[in-house]
Design a protein around this ligand. Structure first.
Ligand code: MSP
Length: 528
């Protein structure tokens, strides 16, 4: 059995989660579910919270709480939201946990004895430059305009000038190797635009070494450097290590061997350099393989600005799901914008998607099909019978079946590159065809004219296509898919895709259990 290890970033616990965080998490959940469903793989889906550093120390102080009190409280809000959003992670790691601290310690110890090009990988020096507390990032002076106030090139906040004794990681020594690995596809960065951005950066800049500790008298909220208690680990260095600490780095070699390298790190485009430059360099130094893929998705923006706590333009996902439901929210986020691009979040856009795609297209298809099955066949799907293709209905039914089969392959290919909106587009294409098939075959007329063979075929084809559709949407909207499944009267597990269903895995002869419509329309003054 193959394995699939995927991770999300660890979210900062300076404030509670917003839609941007929910987006990454839902995308990772969809991918994890898809791999469990379609490939029958041993999946490990890791998420968690990033709890050290200056930004969090400051937020805790402002809230009048100790570090542990504050981080416990906020980390819990992430965990609770993931439960609400039906996230199926296998592990949730907090950087304040003992298991993580132990691994970080092991990393330091290992690096301390390591040389690159005959020089120590870790050495002491003075960091004299700028720091962005909001991004927790050291900003090279060369990137700044000397005649303007020092602002972070990413988040535009004022930078802090710092001069402190720290430990450095000799990142510069790995530049050529990293460029080779990216060029030759050993480290796959998607989408292509992000790969080009990273390559462009590496081609035009000489990598500097990275300050990887902070003096304890300046910042105490961090993991101590094991050989120098006067220093704590730089928060990014600490956080990146989670991807291996959670699978037993330094404590469980068998688990590490089983899961590492990660198959995909899903991140937002804001932290691409940390994952495509710092992290690979650290892995080289530790003599570990690189992750197979880093996928940097786009941002949810509001009025052209990234949604973020510091810009004060965040929407609480809990409010959205309390009005529209979890699955409509999950669907909207992954359908509305291609995964690598930015998307504009608005409730109007969500309502439009809800009413058209979910209520009109999917909800109606299920409801009409089951209503007809009740009316014409007393709620039992007709059994399949061999028949020659003679009528138009039969030809159209065959075409729809073929489209349903092809959809499974298109979805599979799209999921391989995390093209979630494409996968959903392919599924909805079949939903649209199925609705059209109802109109074209006019079952009500077939019933009146007593064309029972055609009528049987119409219902049977629709229930089969709905079976495929519900399985295909299961990773995206698990609860909806499960309700569809139950209404279709299916009892075998939904979470294992049978590419060529045996008779036992079809809707033939099944007693359906029609329920209320899936997505009752949302009435707005201006109807879409
Ligand atoms: N703690 C670091 C990551 C450490 S990983 C070892 C961090 N945390 S964060 O909470 O600021 O952001 C984490 C992720 O949340 C981003 O990379 C991105 O995936 C997601 N998003 C936060 N705001 C977002 C949007 N407005 N839109 C989409 N996703 C964004 O960086």
């Amino acid at each position: 059995m193959g394995k699939f290890y995927l991770t999300t970033p660890l979210y900062y616990v300076n404030s509670k989660p917003h839609i941007g965080h929910a987006y990454t998490e839902i995308a990772a959940d969809v991918l994890a579910r898809y791999h469990r469903l379609a490939n029958n793989e041993d999946v490990r889906f890791l998420t968690g919270t990033d709890e050290h550093g200056q930004k969090i120390a400051k937020a805790a102080a402002e809230a009048g709480l100790s570090g542990p009190e504050f981080t416990d409280k906020i980390s819990l809000t992430f965990r609770e939201l993931w439960k609400t959003l039906n996230i199926s992670h296998d592990d949730f790691i907090r950087t304040t946990e003992q298991r993580h601290k132990e691994s970080v310690k092991k990393v330091w110890e290992r690096l301390k004895g390591t040389k690159v090009g005959g020089q120590d990988v870790i050495y002491r020096n003075t960091y004299d430059g700028f720091y962005c507390v909001s991004c927790e990032t050291f900003i090279a002076e060369g990137l700044l305009d000397p005649n303007a106030p020092a602002l972070c090139p990413d988040c535009k906040k004022p930078l802090e000038r710092m001069k402190e004794e720290t430990y450095f990681f000799r990142m510069s020594a790995y530049q050529d190797r990293l460029m080779q690995d990216i060029r030759q596809g050993r480290l796959k960065i998607l989408p292509e635009s992000r790969r080009n951005e990273v390559m462009g950066f590496l081609e035009h800049n000489k990598l500097s070494d990275l300050s990887v500790s902070r003096p304890k008298n300046r910042l105490a909220w961090g993991i101590p450097v094991p050989f120098d208690p006067e220093h704590v680990t730089y928060v990014w260095f600490d956080a990146l290590i989670n991807y291996i600490s959670a699978i037993g780095y330094g404590s469980d070699p068998a688990a590490l061997k089983k899961w590492w390298p990660a198959d995909v790190h899903i991140i937002g485009k804001d932290i691409i350099r940390h994952h495509a430059v710092i992290w690979p360099a650290l892995l080289y130094a530790l003599d570990l393989e690189l992750p197979k893929m880093v996928f940097a998705h786009g941002w949810w923006v509001v009025d052209g600005e990234k949604m973020s706590k510091s810009r004060g333009n965040v929407t609480d996902p809990r409010e959205i799901v309390s009005v529209y439901g979890v699955d409509a929210f999950r669907y909207f986020l992954l359908r509305e914008a291609p995964f690598g691009s930015d998307g504009t979040f608005s409730e109007e856009a969500l309502i439009l998607r809800y009413n058209t795609d979910l209520a009109n297209d999917l909800g109606n298809l299920l409801h009409r099909t089951l209503t007809m099955c009740e009316k014409y066949f007393e709620g039992r799907v007709p059994d399949f019978r061999e028949r020659a293709c003679v009528s138009n209905v039969e030809i159209n039914a065959l075409k729809l079946m073929v489209a349903g089969d092809e959809m499974i392959d298109v979805v599979d290919a799209a999921m391989g590159t995390l093209a979630f909106s494409e996968a959903l587009g392919a599924i909805w294409d079949v939903v649209g065809r199925a609705n059209k098939f109802i109109e074209e075959s006019a079952p009500w007329t077939l019933f009146k004219e007593k064309k029972s063979s055609d009528l049987e075929l119409v219902i049977l084809t629709l229930t089969e296509v709905l079976r495929d559709t519900s399985q295909a949407i299961w990773p995206f909207m698990p609860r909806t898919a499960e309700v569809m499944w139950t209404q279709l009267g299916l009892t075998f597990p939904i979470d294992r895709l049978e590419k060529i269903p045996a008779k036992a895995h079809t809707t033939f002869g099944v007693k359906i259990a029609k329920g209320t419509p899936l997505f009752p329309r949302i009435e707005t003054e201006k109807k879409p």
